[in-house]
Design a protein around this ligand. Structure first.
Ligand SMILES: C[S@@+](CC[C@H](N)C(=O)[O-])C[C@H]1O[C@@H](n2cnc3c(N)ncnc32)[C@H](O)[C@@H]1O
Length: 361
């Protein structure tokens, strides 16, 4: 009798193929969306697109190579058990179907803001009391900045489109260094390990940390009540203890000195003015235990990615980002050292940069 081929032998290959196809689908979708929305913006606000420069074929080639590398790193980390392979396919599908039409419906408001050059516009019912002035911006030209439920509902979708479907793969690159950093606390029971995500937004990073560290106590802070509400909703869907979310300014963290074993922060620092970047790092240092690890993920910088200079110049024009230009040349290693961190490593993955910093033991 002919034997049935052992499907298990082929499962990793099939899963990898499924992952690559899934990622390619997201990339194609992001590109198609941006092509169409850029054409429309061109029609309604022609002067906006004229301010940007086209990317050279060499840049596009390098981008493609880095994209392939990112996906390989993502796949390999899942293979070595940094996180379960199921995380590679985690996608907010119901939000996608529910809110994708809203992304288009919001565009006329964005064009209006662009035409009027009005980037600090908030609905009258939004309470703007108590926020730092630098925060009251329509970042990415978003309606209501970070301060409405509509903005929170559209955010993840918009970020995935912005990064051509790679936002989650870039976020996941914090997980290996975080877990590695936490090995300094190997004698601490897993349930007693505390990790804080600074500026957690809608909780995408916390979702990933939960998958990688199922037993740890997780915490998240953000300035936006609407984003925290969304994070609470999305984090309630997954198994495990619900992370504790607090509304707070990262410049003044509401925690005791040395409370956390690990800290993460994703896509925050480019949205802060320079002095706030420094204060946030100092606060991170304060709330970290001696021997603890801080892992930052943010945009690439001109300092070490000159090949993407045109892209970095286009970004703050296409997406309202008032602090980005300064960020691209800001030496965060110096800032981290000034805050007290040591043993600082850097990595780049696709269009993100990572800093892994330690508090002296
Ligand atoms: C680009 S989003 C990144 C969100 C999330 N980390 C992610 O990976 O998508 C920036 C986030 O930083 C938050 N934020 C900005 N300034 C902050 C501050 N000073 N303190 C706390 N959160 C802040 C915003 O509310 C927003 O949720």
């Amino acid at each position: 009798m002919q034997s049935i081929p052992n499907i298990d032998r082929f499962l990793p290959d099939l899963t990898k193929l499924a992952y690559q196809t899934f990622q390619q689908g997201k990339t194609m979708f992001g590109l198609a969306h941006k092509t169409l929305s850029n054409q429309l913006t061109d029609l309604f606000v022609p002067e906006q697109q004229q301010k940007t420069k086209p990317l050279s074929s060499e840049t596009l080639e390098i981008l493609q190579q880095r994209l392939v590398k990112l996906q390989e790193a993502d796949w390999q980390d899942a293979q070595r058990g940094v996180y379960p392979a199921s995380l590679l396919f985690d996608n907010p599908w119901s939000d996608f179907f529910r809110y994708y039409p809203e992304v288009w419906l919001d565009m006329p408001k964005i064009w209006e803001r662009l035409q009027q050059k009005e980037y600090q516009q908030f609905a009258s019912e939004i309470d703007k009391e108590g926020y730092p002035a630098y925060y009251l911006q329509n970042f990415h030209y978003q309606t209501d900045g970070y301060l409405s439920d509509l903005s929170a509902n559209l955010y993840d979708l918009q970020v995935e489109i912005l990064f051509n479907g790679t936002a989650d793969a870039m976020r996941r690159r914090i997980l290996a260094p975080l877990k590695q950093g936490l090995t300094a606390f190997a004698t601490v029971p897993s349930q007693q390990i505390r990790v804080l995500d600074v500026a957690c937004g809608t909780g995408r990073t916390l979702r990933m940390i939960r998958a990688a560290l199922p037993k740890a106590a997780l915490f998240g802070i953000d300035l936006s009540p609407a984003y925290l509400r969304k994070a609470n909703q999305l984090l309630s869907e997954i198994p495990g203890e619900l992370p504790q979310l607090l509304k707070a300014n990262a410049e003044k963290l509401p925690y005791l000195d040395g409370y956390f074993h690990g800290l993460t922060s994703v896509f925050l620092f480019h949205e802060l003015p320079a002095n706030s970047r420094q204060r946030v790092m100092e606060e991170c240092f304060r709330v970290l235990q001696p021997g603890g690890v801080l892992v930052i993920c943010d945009s690439i910088q001109s300092l070490d990615s000159p090949e993407f200079q045109t892209m970095m110049e286009n970004f703050p024009i296409l997406f309202h980002e008032p602090y980005y230009r300064h960020y691209t040349t800001d030496n965060l290693v110096e800032r981290l050292e000034k805050a007290g961190f040591v043993d600082i490593q850097r990595e780049n993955h696709f269009v993100s940069k990572y800093w892994i910093a330690h508090k002296p033991a």
